[in-house]
Unconditional design. Structure first.
Length: 185
């Protein structure tokens, strides 16, 4: 009886501990799940006029075994046949759990030390804001934080968005996404 009670107590404590651990989540002060984005995240070009600022993102409860992070911003609705990579930043140290608004700007030192930004589908490095075609329905923009099983992704300097996406997905042990919307006026 005492052994059974002890076993039940240990099981109860381990279930409570795992319930408290929580799941991998991401939040933002700049964008919200299912909500329209502000002009601050809109591209400044291609007929769009916005701030071209990557949003602030904060994440918690990364999976055990996480050695680094990557962030992607992707539009699956872009009329390209392959979507549109707005941003890919890789090799974010495991100690970083938040990035500031504008961290995707390549002319500032806001991105985490040691990270690198992959060329986006506009042809530049860093964050390229949202800019769906005029007349399209609202596009869905997926801002995903990937917990990676490696400290550093080995990518060539001229890596395409597809190659970076492949390497990120091949090494992802968990991910969390905010999907925000935008429709051009």
């Amino acid at each position: 009886m005492r052994h059974t009670l002890k076993l039940l107590t240990v099981l109860s404590l381990s279930i409570s501990a795992s319930a408290l651990a929580g799941s991998f989540t991401v939040s933002s002060q700049d964008i919200a799940q299912g909500e329209m984005m502000a002009k601050a995240q809109v591209y400044n070009g291609f007929g769009c006029a916005g701030g071209d600022l990557s949003p602030q993102l904060k994440w918690s409860n990364a999976p055990s075994g996480t050695k680094s992070f990557a962030i992607t911003a992707y539009d699956p609705d872009a009329p390209t046949g392959s979507g549109w990579w707005h941003w890919q930043i890789v090799n974010i140290p495991v100690t970083v759990t938040e990035i500031a608004t504008g961290a995707g700007a390549t002319n500032s030192n806001i991105a985490p030390v040691g990270s690198s930004q992959v060329q986006n589908d506009y042809g530049g490095r860093g964050f390229g804001g949202v800019c769906p075609p005029s007349g399209d329905q609202a596009h869905h923009y997926q801002f995903t934080v990937h917990a990676l099983s490696v400290e550093k992704l080995e990518l060539p300097a001229d890596a395409s968005g597809a190659l970076a996406g492949y390497m990120i997905n091949a090494n992802t042990i968990g991910s969390t996404t905010i999907e925000a919307l935008y429709k051009r006026d």
